[in-house]
Design a protein around this ligand. Structure first.
Ligand code: CIR
Length: 418
């Protein structure tokens, strides 16, 4: 087994390892009535979602070692102490009518499956019989967005404090993987376990972008709170160099603005994807620049993310999600995760094919558009291209509320020479 030292010092360094979760039965374990509680705006068809996801994952695996949560979880569950600790944490965290004894009696494979897909409520007493719940532990409908529950920042893994309880177990599972899987060498940082923890802290990976070794970009809105960002600020030891956090406020509605990566992502050393109305146009959503210099914190407003980054030595040109002309096209494509690109290497990214105006812009900026299915099957030889978008057919996946960046948790990237 290869072992990995965690290292993510940028959003675009060549990918050396990534964690994904192929959507399983948990995605269909919901009805229109409870979709909202599951953080979905629609219900998904699993067979279509799996087909699209297959193309996405095969294309990803052509670029870097790709690991599944399900398998990593099963591996760590083979250690009895880890299994018991994880179950204890889950029971502390969720009000559940599940039986600890029952769960501990399952095989590692079956336990991993049930922790992901949900544990059925056995109606063996009157309270359970009266309960309207189908599950004693709910399915993790959103786990195929592996981005959000854990984030590699430099050499550590920051564990998410999920804004919604329905995603809480994802963070516990990711922590168990990074703390105990022999493949990883790292230290996890979990706000919940810190002396300074308070209940207003929430942090999700879709909001946290490692722009450069010394620059973090963090969104704040419905998912990551100012208290969450203050927690990250407290963790920064700035003895060795000046460090920066650029904070972008996000709208509360519609739900497509949940995370910063839904309006801003990096594409190359000199290109970024933006949803113009929020990122570039004057509006009520502030961009704030925090500088940490030898322990001293300075906070000021900035015009926008791109200008602020360029003042810090970047050379970024924005590419517009949904094109440059029609605000309706911009809004429609942003809704379907049109700005949510995942960088495989500088100038090599993954995104949804359906966002045609966005793809047109990418093409105008020199990106070849390659089909994910062809890249995954080897029909297209990626070594022939310098700069490209691997375009994933996504009609079902975006209904879950995210795109390529949301569906990946990179834990190792090659350093960039800027
Ligand atoms: N980074 C992301 O934007 N992730 C998408 C998460 C969507 C999921 N349905 C959620 O609401 O949490």
């Amino acid at each position: 087994m290869d072992t990995y030292q965690i290292r993510v010092n940028s959003e675009i360094g060549e990918l050396e390892g990534v964690i994904v979760h192929s959507p399983g039965k948990e995605v269909e374990n919901m009805t229109p009535k409870n979709a909202e509680r599951a953080l979905y705006s629609d219900i998904l068809n699993l067979s279509v979602a799996q087909k699209e996801y297959g193309h996405f994952k095969n294309a990803l695996a052509k670029h870097a070692p790709t690991f599944e949560v399900r398998e990593l979880l099963q591996d760590v569950l083979s250690n009895q102490r880890v299994k018991e600790t994880l179950i204890d944490h889950i029971f502390d965290n969720e009000h559940t009518m599940a039986s600890r004894h029952f769960l501990l009696g399952l095989s590692d494979e079956e336990l991993a499956r049930q922790l992901l897909e949900g544990v059925i409520l056995v109606k063996d007493n009157l309270t359970k019989y009266f309960s309207k719940e189908r599950y004693a532990l709910r399915p993790l409908h959103n786990f195929f967005f592996t981005r959000d529950a854990a984030m590699a920042v430099r050499d550590k893994v920051l564990i998410g404090r999920m804004a919604n309880q329905v995603r809480g177990r994802e963070a516990l599972i990711m922590q168990a993987i990074f703390d105990y899987h022999p493949m990883f060498r790292t230290q996890t940082v979990n706000p919940v376990q810190h002396a300074t923890f308070n209940d207003k802290i929430s942090i999700e990976g879709g909001d946290v972008l490692v722009a450069r070794e010394d620059v973090l970009l963090i969104g704040t809105g419905t998912r990551t709170s100012s208290q969450g960002i203050d927690f990250i600020l407290e963790q920064i030891e700035s003895k060795e160099q000046v460090r920066h956090i650029i904070v972008q406020e996000l709208p509360e509605t519609p739900e497509s603005f949940i995370h910063l990566d839904m309006v801003f992502t990096f594409l190359d050393k000199n290109k970024c994807m933006v949803f113009e109305p929020i990122v570039m146009k004057p509006n009520r959503y502030q961009t704030v620049h925090i500088t940490i210099d030898n322990g001293k914190v300075n906070i000021k407003n900035e015009k926008n993310i791109v200008e602020c980054l360029n003042n810090l030595g970047f050379d970024l040109e924005p590419v517009f999600c949904g094109g440059t002309k029609d605000p309706w096209a911009q809004e429609r494509e942003q809704w379907h995760s049109g700005a949510n690109f995942f960088a495989l290497a500088p100038g090599k990214v993954l995104g949804y094919a359906r966002n045609v105006y966005t793809m047109e812009q990418m093409n105008k900026h020199g990106f070849e558009i390659l089909s994910a299915e062809d890249v995954g099957s080897g029909k297209v030889d990626i070594s022939k291209y310098e700069k490209y978008v691997v375009a994933v057919e996504g009609s079902e996946l975006p209904r879950g509320g995210g795109g390529a960046r949301c569906m990946t948790m990179p834990f190792k990237r090659k350093p960039i020479t800027w």
